[in-house]
Design a protein around this ligand. Sequence first.
Ligand SMILES: [Zn+2]
Length: 237
Amino acid sequence: MSAADVTGPRSWNDEEARLRRGICEVGRMCYDKGLIDAAAGNISARQADGTILITPAGAMKGCMAPEHISHMDADGRLLGNSQRASTETGMHLTVYRERPDVRAVLHCHPPHAVALTIAGVDLQTPVIPEIVVTIGGIPTANYATPGTEELPDSIRDLVRCSDSLMLKMHGSLTLGSNLLDAFKKLDMLEHMAKILWMAHAIGHVQPLSPDAVKKLLDSRSELGFTGTNTLENRCGL
Ligand SMILES: [Zn+2]
């Protein structure tokens, strides 16, 4: 990459500089935790002015620099001298159009969670009380060819009712009010998948009873859980 291919720090305001650094930091955290490999995954953040910062196509997410991040308007037109943006830009733009509250979008390939979707395990089956009481479960979008318009179409309905979802046989998609919030949801998703993976490896997995699920959902407001819950709103069910 030549110096002419990158955007210069002198043109960034405080927010843009912070978000560019944040995207690099989250990329490194995802890579270090084994949630992506090589150049997989993509990360974006929406600025207050509605423009979007997103990882460039083919970048190694574990070792990006702030000046490598692409900058685009809300319709995906590159700004300044940005590099070609992620091949999954359409999926990120769809999320931002459907969810005005979302400021960060994170797509990774968490291995346990992806493996479970390949094996046909439903991540919305109520098994772990902490997941049921907080987010409910993780809906899975129908399989779509990566890098094509099929992908934005496959997630459109689910992102309206869930901040965390799986792309069948492919990866995760987590949405947040900021980059760390989106990473937190990804971390939680893969941890849940590891537990489920182990349980399935050991033997028969017994879901929580409908009565146990009802008690958990009834306790949400008392425990202070006010966020979206996919069992309450029947997301993807
Ligand atoms: Zn992917």
